[in-house]
Each structure stands twice: as structure tokens, then as C-alpha cells.
Design a protein around this ligand. Structure first.
Ligand code: CMC
Length: 431
């Protein structure tokens, strides 16, 4: 725990309270209000948590003004350029970049855990074929606690470690199985002789009837999508995982809760929503109409893939993702894809529009990841499951950090109650 260096003074109703303040390694100072209710008989009110720090963490730092994202201090653009997903997983989980031997050991452990319990195949078959793969994933990941009893005791550090490795290793297999099930093709087992991203592409696109060669450019782009989505400090799904975990729930249940939260269109569901919006726009000449709708206060429509709660100048992940999108589209020869044309023109028109400039709205990572995934041949319904696969390491690392924190308590927000005062029950015949 950081030491308090100074105090903030809060005065209200004739009372004066001294509240300890902490200075983080980076970012604004924090006022500790945890004793406010006990000492001042008041709550704070912050819907959407725009000014509230919910935990102490040393994993990821974001400076939204500068457009900076650091994992354990390393900038995301350097990691996307020089590292790869499993190395970033190691960094997030254990705090330091691995030596060559540590990385080899970690990769071997993850690779050896990629298969799922054979009986889980039956579990998939209980879903309707047209189930959204996110619905299947929420169910199947939650069900992991019924299949892996030997890694649900959160008080045992060894079981926590095994659960972490299982989750990182099995999520791509589960997402690929959800996809295969939805298209009526047989499940493809993972292979231990190819890397994590290639394995995922193979499990999604291979069929038993023919050999499947993974294109290294596509595998690299897939690895970058995983890397760029790996963690993002206390976002909605991560906070959901932490809140679920604060009750002592097992790791598989907590990650299933995170997946459920990620599904929403304001969060991980934005990549699907963004591509569907581009399809709905359909042609470049309709862009002004959609921009006008996004600016109209009486229309709930928003430009999907634009804006961010934290980044207010640019999304550093979007910069790298844009470059990857160019590479993939060059390779696949789909420069004339109408969806891409709409995307490029929408980006240009929105960035030139004073409304978006004033409100600091610009394309976020999901704007470009959707384009890449579409070019690779994924249906839009798989976009958010792929985000969930990538973010699993972030959720797991934050969960592990929280469990190891001796100050962990159940998360229990308070409220500003505006309902009825106490009143007596009225029998139905008298209402
Ligand atoms: N299109 C049009 N107007 C927008 C948009 C948008 N995409 N985003 C925000 N605004 C306007 C909003 O109407 C508001 O205007 P006013 O001040 O006049 O009321 C102002 O900008 C601030 O919006 P806000 O809703 O208070 O901002 P927020 O920080 O609560 O929301 C957001 C952030 C990401 C939910 C929002 O920008 C949004 O809905 N974007 C579209 C969905 C999306 O792309 N989400 C992916 C986020 S990145 C992936 C991830 O991390 O999950």
C-alpha cells in the first residue's frame, strides 16, 4: 500500500474531516474516502465511477489525455511491435518480461492445457445452433467450474495458478468451438506444434476434409488483436470480474461474469455493432445522413467504434490496429471492399467534423479490429468472443492480484435512495 503523503480537508454541515491522500506512480492523486461514512455519516455519489478509484493495482496504466497505455510500465505500441501475445500474458500475470527459459516453460504450460474436457462437447450440444457465440461462451466458461474442481479453491495459490493457465489456454478453444457449433461443422482439436494465434485460426477455419495452412500475416494480425485487447485497467468487465471475485466466487464463475459484461455494445460488443453500422450505411453517399443522426440529440444513434471513456485525444491501440488493417487488406486484396470504403470515408468525415473534434471523439480500437476480422472471414457474431479471448489474461491477472491482496473485502457500493419512504402494506382488495 502506498503511504499517505498529505490530506484533503472536507467541510460540510459544520463538520471538517481530514481525508488521507495518496500519490500513485503515475496519474492523478487519490483521496481516500473509505472512512467517510464512519466519520462523517455521508456517502459519495459517482454514477459511472468517473472519479472513483476502486482498487490499488500495479498492472496497467492509462493516460487518457496523452493516449498512453502501459502494461507493467511497457508502452502498448512497443509490445505490439516487438513482443507477442503469450509474452504479454506472462508480463501481465507475473509482472516482468520473461527470460527465454521462463517464456518457453510458460508457453509449454499454456499449450498443454488447450484441450477441454471431452465431456464439455456435450455441453455445447445443449445450445441451439443459432445461439450467439457470446451466450455459449458465458455458459461454457461458467461451466468450467463444474469440470475443473481441482482449481476452484481460491485460497490455494497453486490452484489459482492452474486456474489462470487453464483459462488462458482454453478460452480460444471454447470460442472456436462456439463458432464451429454455430456453423454446423465438427470441432477442431488444438495442436501443440503451432503458436497460440495460429492455433485459434486453425480451430476456427480448418475442416477435417482438407489440410489447413495458417498464413503468417494473418496469424500475426490475430496475435496483434489479442495483444492490443489484453488488458485495459478497471474497465466495466474487469470491474465486474473483481466485484464477482470479491465475494469469494471461483475464477471460472468470475470470468464468465466478465464475458457477460463485455458483451454490451458500449463495451466489447462495439466491434460487432460497428461493423453492422458500416453495413447499414452501405455506401459512401449515405455517410452524411448517419453523421447527422449521431449529432442529433433527439436520436439515440451513436457512431459505433467512436469515442472512449478514458482516451480523449487518441486510442493508442487504434493506431497500431489501423496499420494491421492495412497489411491484412493488402494481403487479401480487398482494398475495394465497400465496407472498408465506407469505414475510411466515415473516419475522414467524422474527424473533420467540429462536433466530433469538440467532444474529442475519434475511432477507437474496435473500429479497426472489426475491419480486420471481417476481412479474415469471421462473422460479426465472433468479434466480441475474440475480444473475450484476448481480455481473459487481463481479467485473470487482475483477479489474481485482487485475491493476493490482504485488504480484499467484498465490494458493496452504496446508493442515493430516491424511492418511497416507509409505508404500510395495503391488502389487495383495498388498493
Ligand atoms: N457518437 C456520437 N456522439 C457520441 C459518441 C458517439 N460514438 N460517443 C459519445 N458521444 C457524445 C455524447 O452524446 C455526449 O454528448 P453530450 O455531451 O452533448 O451529451 C458526449 O459525446 C460524451 O458522451 P458520454 O456518453 O458521456 O461519454 P462516455 O465516456 O460515457 O462514453 C463510450 C464512452 C465509449 C461509451 C461512448 O463514446 C460510446 O457509446 N461510443 C460508441 C460505442 C463504442 O465504440 N464503444 C467502444 C469503446 S472502446 C472498447 C472498449 O474499451 O470496450
Amino acid at each position: 500500500m502506498v503511504e499517505s503523503t498529505k490530506n484533503a480537508t472536507l467541510s460540510f454541515d459544520g463538520k471538517t474531516l481530514e481525508l488521507p491522500m495518496y500519490s500513485p506512480t503515475s496519474g492523478p492523486d487519490v483521496i481516500d474516502i473509505s472512512k467517510l461514512y464512519a466519520q462523517g455519516d455521508v456517502f459519495t455519489h459517482d454514477p459511472g465511477f468517473t472519479s472513483t478509484s476502486s482498487c490499488e493495482s500495479s498492472i496497467t496504466f492509462i493516460d487518457g489525455e496523452k493516449g498512453e497505455l502501459l502494461h507493467r510500465g511497457y508502452p502498448i505500441d512497443q509490445l505490439a511491435e516487438k513482443s507477442h501475445y503469450l509474452e504479454v500474458c506472462y508480463l501481465l500475470l507475473y509482472g516482468e518480461l520473461p527470460t527465454a527459459a521462463q517464456l518457453e516453460d510458460f508457453e509449454t504450460r499454456v499449450t498443454r492445457h488447450t484441450m477441454v474436457h471431452e465431456q464439455m462437447h456435450n455441453f455445447f450440444r445443449g445450445f441451439r445452433r443459432d445461439a450467439h457465440p457470446m451466450a455459449t461462451m458465458v455458459g461454457v466458461v461458467g461451466a468450467m467450474s463444474a469440470f475443473y474442481h481441482d482449481s476452484t479453491d481460491i485460497t490455494d495459490p497453486w490452484q489459482r495458478e492452474v486456474a489462470a493457465i487453464r483459462l488462458i489456454a482454453k478460452l480460444p478453444t471454447i470460442a472456436a468451438m462456439a463458432y464451429k457449433y454455430s456453423v454446423g461443422q465438427p470441432f477442431v482439436y488444438p495442436r501443440n506444434d503451432i503458436d497460440y494465434a495460429s492455433n485459434f485460426l486453425r480451430m476456427c477455419f480448418a475442416v477435417p476434409a482438407e489440410e489447413y495452412e495458417v498464413n503468417p500475416i494473418l496469424s500475426r494480425a490475430m496475435d496483434r488483436i489479442f495483444t492490443l485487447h489484453a488488458d485495459h485497467e478497471q474497465n466495466a468487465s474487469t470491474s465486474t470480474v473483481r466485484l464477482a471475485s470479491s465475494s469469494g466466487a471461483n475464477p471460472f464463475a468470475c470470468i464468465a461474469a466478465g464475458i457477460a459484461c463485455l458483451w454490451g455494445p458500449a463495451h466489447g460488443g462495439a466491434n460487432q455493432a460497428c461493423l453492422e453500422m458500416l453495413q447499414e450505411i452501405g455506401s459512401v453517399d449515405r455517410i452524411p445522413e448517419f453523421i447527422a443522426r449521431a449529432k442529433d440529440k433527439n436520436d439515440p444513434f451513436r457512431l459505433m467504434g467512436f469515442g472512449h471513456r478514458v482516451y480523449k485525444n487518441f486510442d493508442p491501440r487504434a493506431k497500431v490496429m489501423k496499420q494491421s488493417a492495412d497489411e491484412v487488406l493488402d494481403l487479401l486484396g480487398v482494398e475495394n471492399n465497400p465496407i472498408l470504403q465506407v469505414a475510411k470515408e466515415l473516419e475522414a468525415q467524422a474527424l473533420a467534423d467540429p462536433y466530433f473534434a469538440e467532444k474529442k471523439l475519434f475511432p477507437n480500437v474496435d473500429f479497426y479490429s472489426g475491419i480486420i476480422l471481417e476481412a479474415m472471414g469471421f462473422p460479426t457474431s465472433m468479434f466480441t468472443p475474440i475480444f473475450a479471448v484476448s481480455r481473459t489474461i487481463g481479467w485473470v491477472s487482475q483477479w489474481k492480484e485482487q485475491i493476493s491482496d490482504p485488504k480484499m473485502r467484498i465490494g458493496r457500493p452504496r446508493q442515493l435512495y430516491t424511492g418511497s419512504g416507509a409505508r404500510d402494506y395495503v391488502d389487495v382488495e383495498n388498493r
